[in-house]
Design a protein around this ligand. Sequence first.
Ligand SMILES: Cc1cc2nc3c(=O)[nH]c(=O)nc-3n(C[C@H](O)[C@H](O)[C@H](O)COP(=O)(O)OP(=O)(O)OC[C@H]3O[C@@H](n4cnc5c(N)ncnc54)[C@H](O)[C@@H]3O)c2cc1C
Length: 321
Amino acid sequence: MAKVGVLIEIENGEVKETDLGVLTAACKGGGNEVFAIAMQENTDAAASVLAEYGVNQIVQVVTKGGDIKGSPDFETRILAEAVKNFELNALLGLASAKGRDLFARLAAFMDVPLVSDCISIDLDAKTVRKSHFSGKTVATLKVESELMLCTIRPNAIEAQTMPVQAQTVVFEAQAADPGLTKITDVKQSTGGKVDLTEAGIIITGGRPIDSADNYKMLDECAAQLGESTAVGASRAAVDAGFAPHSMQVGQTGKTVSPKLYIGCGLSGSVQHFAGMKTSKVIVAINTDKDAPIFNKCDYGIIADMYDVVPVLTQVLKEQSD
Ligand SMILES: Cc1cc2nc3c(=O)[nH]c(=O)nc-3n(C[C@H](O)[C@H](O)[C@H](O)COP(=O)(O)OP(=O)(O)OC[C@H]3O[C@@H](n4cnc5c(N)ncnc54)[C@H](O)[C@@H]3O)c2cc1C
């Protein structure tokens, strides 16, 4: 039985939904001892969810050494201390903005290799899978270090409940803030309420969206598809000024892995697919029956998106009323 730590991201008192898949990977059907490391003093609201997803120990970090949220270097040192204190064999986290930043710092600080953005993980074999060359190949990598340090692509691993008795452990970290960097301001992206990389459903508009204003049609549909839905854009739409770059999906945009990806007016370019090909179900709406996207999707609708999307929105609205 391995001891596996998971860095938990808590927002407004709630565990991020995308963390639940990471917990599923960590507990491996109950075969491992799972430590949820929460960098905050109060984890009460999150405790029941963590226990539902296989966490044995909820590690609540307390410190007198500085402000955890304001200093990623300080957070790194606390994490390193927790890894040693709980004698963890692996530490996992989300390949989110926070995870990508912290795990890279931790790898450098502990001098341990990091595998980022994994799409699956085998903790017994110490192997991970991740996509390479803009999604053209998937590599299986063997981790040779004693400690496995990995970030997991949001939504790549399906969350499964594994109810256990969880206990909360207060961990008083001794580390001090080295004062190297300080977060002074956090700005939310303008691309929408839900972060594209963590959205459960994405509806994307391509070049024929034709104006920034027409994204309202997709926003309205997204509102009916549920609160974990985000709206994306192709590079053609971004380059034309219809959407900000923060909404771009693809090789030079964001890499996403939602449960459902609805592409409206996308031709299906390799560069766009590089960013969303690991989506669980892909639906394409395109007027051209020969569009390449129809060879790569699970469901194809040969129709005008301006006809289909409003009908979809209306049907979803009627179902929820
Ligand atoms: C180095 C490099 C990096 C790139 N990175 C990215 C990236 O990150 N993301 C990205 O998206 N692209 C990227 N691209 C660009 C990419 O090659 C394509 O040009 C782009 O993805 C095309 O966008 P599109 O599908 O919206 O537009 P188009 O290719 O113009 O396709 C529009 C599609 O909409 C259909 N259509 C037209 N009207 C309607 C309608 N009313 N209803 C339904 N369907 C309709 C058409 O039949 C057509 O198939 C990159 C290119 C390069 C060279």
